[in-house]
Design a protein around this ligand. Structure first.
Ligand code: GTP
Ligand code: MG
Length: 265
């Protein structure tokens, strides 16, 4: 498994007094199980995306990012939540060790892709938090699923939990700025900034809806009557060079296997 040398230092040097030193082997084994589960879910998402693009000539997924939670963050979360510090406790209590973020172009693709994923008969849906239909007070929107997927080891089948976060590009843009601001200490006018961010979240949400409406209009060619008379408003294939939109498989994906907490989950 690919554990960053920096993370190995985290385990073996920074946490001398902790359980990880004595349990390094079991800990690394568990991490490799999370990594396998993450790969399984990524493959399922890639298959759905490629099938979609064959059937409907479009990719519902723009980007997939994955990350394994860093040992230091795992330890910090166990302590913060008051859970026992042990390898078993990680498995029992933390459901976001393996994290996948799926960025879709439109909100409707989020639900379509999520449903196609969870209805697969080897996947168990453990938890669903729909912050799109019920945004957080600060304006955060995303669909969070905790899934359990089987991995097949020499010792047999094991179900492993993976957190999958679905967002639109616009929601992701908002969340990354929000996340950056959280780490700015002693921010002046924090209330004002929170208020401005909430406004942006609402604008983004109505923009996502509007873009989706435009997409459906183009798909169904069901334009409002006043536009039908205007022959200029024709997304005719000959006139519009869409070769830039048909990104090849490898270009359309930007897998970020990152052990730093780039994903912040
Ligand atoms: P944890 O025990 O920390 O997982 O808390 P939780 O399960 O209540 O968290 P939740 O499922 O609501 O969110 C988990 C992850 O979603 C976070 O680690 C972030 O990656 C992301 N997230 C949730 N809320 C926000 C937010 O307000 N802003 C940003 N930028 N990200 C958020
Ligand atoms: Mg969580």
């Amino acid at each position: 498994m690919n554990i960053d040398p920096k993370d190995k230092r985290d385990i073996f040097e920074n946490d001398r007094s902790h359980f990880m030193l004595e349990n390094a082997e079991t800990f690394l084994k568990l991490m490799s199980h999370y990594e396998c589960a993450m790969m399984e879910v990524e493959t399922k998402l890639k298959v759905l995306n490629s099938e979609f693009s064959l059937l409907y000539e479009r990719n519902p997924i723009e980007t997939i990012k994955s990350r394994l939670k860093k040992p230091a963050s795992i330890l910090e979360k166990l302590k913060r939540k008051g859970f026992p510090i042990s390898v078993e406790s990680i498995e029992e209590n933390l459901f976001d060790i393996a994290g996948i973020r799926v960025i879709c172009s439109f909100p409707e693709y989020i639900y379509a892709t999520a449903e196609l994923l969870v209805q697969q008969d080897d996947i168990h849906e453990i938890e669903r938090k729909d912050y799109i239909s019920h945004p957080k007070e600060n304006g955060y929107r995303s669909l969070h699923l905790i899934l359990e997927v089987p991995i097949f080891l020499s010792t047999g089948k094991k179900f492993v939990k993976v957190e999958v976060q679905f967002r639109t590009i616009a929601m992701d843009f908002w969340a990354s700025l929000d996340h950056k601001l959280k780490y700015k200490k002693n921010l002046e006018n924090a209330d004002y900034i929170a208020h401005q961010l909430k406004e942006c979240a609402d604008i983004i949400s109505s923009m996502d809806r509007k873009m989706q409406e435009i997409r459906s209009m183009i798909d169904s060619r069901n334009y409002p009557p006043e536009l039908m008379e205007n022959s200029d408003f024709d997304y005719g294939d000959e006139e519009y060079d869409d070769s830039y939109d048909e990104v090849s498989w490898s270009d359309s994906y930007d897998f970020v296997y990152s052990n730093d907490d780039g994903m912040s989950i």
